[in-house]
Design a protein. Structure first.
Length: 340
């Protein structure tokens, strides 16, 4: 039997590798990784079962396995509590450093909602004695589990799209996405993106930097002009810089930047902040732009809050698909309780 489970695991590895090699700009990269881990766990359980007689004669090995299992179970049990605590603390840091704004409350709100779902919601569910309240409790629980699972897959996919074995990509164009400026000066977040673009330019000397960003509210000049001036001060030649000055969103960043390229099938690299990379790549894929993404680092407390904002942005992009899935689940749960 273990041979069959190994075959399933091997197939799952091939599927994951195929997705990563063909086009990782999809949530299937994270989903296939989770499936691969499940298949690996099943395979290892069968291997342990097959070796049960040998294990029975080696107490030391059994002791090691028991400790590993306790650590694994303990990690799973404690993970939600650690997650709530981390998001709450980082949410406080965001508010303290960035001020109280709706977008700065996301990580703290996530922590509170997770606490309500894991601690308070089960108590509320147990109070309901009639069929209607039980059905409602189950439906909301299914929606919560689906969204949390989707967040986990999105997180994994985002991480996989940040890893690159090499920075030399034979790139023709490196698009640096704008992120807002103060007057005519780039912010530290935007400076990190430009620095990453300059770093990649050293590994891809034939490439050209496209500074992408128009002029928004409270900005004295277009973002791309401020970005270009920053790059020039860092020693980048003017002939290596193109300015895209019309865009006001990530989608427009990509579309208008593509229009400035004069090659038929260019090799394109997108540079943005790490938490933003997956959504930018998904938007590029929707426009038929083949590219890879490199993420610039930013402060950890800001990353968690911004990542939730990016996930919400992804849900807005794909809400119809997810509403269908949720609708099907609601119909199934409702039907089961009606027929009970």
């Amino acid at each position: 039997m273990w041979q069959f489970t190994f075959l399933i695991f091997f197939i799952s590895v091939c599927i994951f590798a195929g997705i990563m090699l063909h086009d990782s700009r999809t949530l299937w990269s994270g989903a296939s990784f989770l499936i691969m881990m499940v298949c690996l766990s099943v395979f290892l359980l069968f291997v342990l079962y097959q070796c049960s007689e040998w294990l029975a004669a080696h107490d030391f090995v059994i002791g090691i396995l028991i400790v590993m299992c306790v650590l694994a179970v303990g990690g799973v049990v404690l993970f939600p509590a650690i997650l709530m605590l981390v998001f709450f603390i980082e949410g406080v840091k965001v508010i303290r450093h960035e001020g109280i704004k709706p977008t700065n409350l996301l990580s703290m709100l996530f922590s509170v909602l997770l606490c309500i779902y894991l601690v308070i919601w089960p108590v509320i569910g147990n109070l309901g004695k009639n069929r209607l309240s039980t059905t409602l409790y189950t439906i909301i629980s299914c929606i919560a589990v689906y969204v949390l699972s989707l967040l986990s897959v999105y997180s994994l996919s985002a991480v996989f799209n940040l890893f690159h074995l090499k920075k030399k990509r034979n790139a023709d164009y490196i698009i640096v996405l704008g992120a807002g400026i103060i007057g005519s000066k780039v912010t530290p977040l935007l400076a990190a993106r430009i620095e990453k673009g300059i770093e990649l330019l050293r590994y891809n000397p034939n490439a050209v930097l496209i500074m992408s960003g128009g002029q928004g509210s409270g900005e004295d000049i277009p973002e791309s002009k401020a970005m270009a001036e920053y790059a020039l001060d860092k020693g980048v030649g003017a002939e290596k810089i193109i300015m895209e000055q019309k865009s006001v969103s990530t989608e427009e960043n990509l579309r208008f930047s593509r229009e400035l390229m004069n090659k038929q099938n260019p090799q394109i690299v997108i540079v943005t902040t790490a938490y933003h990379i997956l959504r930018a790549l998904i938007l590029a894929k929707r426009q038929g732009i083949r590219c890879v993404g490199f993420g610039a680092k930013t402060k950890w407390y800001f990353t968690l809050n911004a990542f939730i904002r990016e996930f919400v942005g992804y849900l807005r992009l794909t809400w119809k698909k997810h509403m269908i899935v949720i609708g099907i689940n609601v119909c199934i749960v409702t039907a089961l309780y009606v027929l009970k």
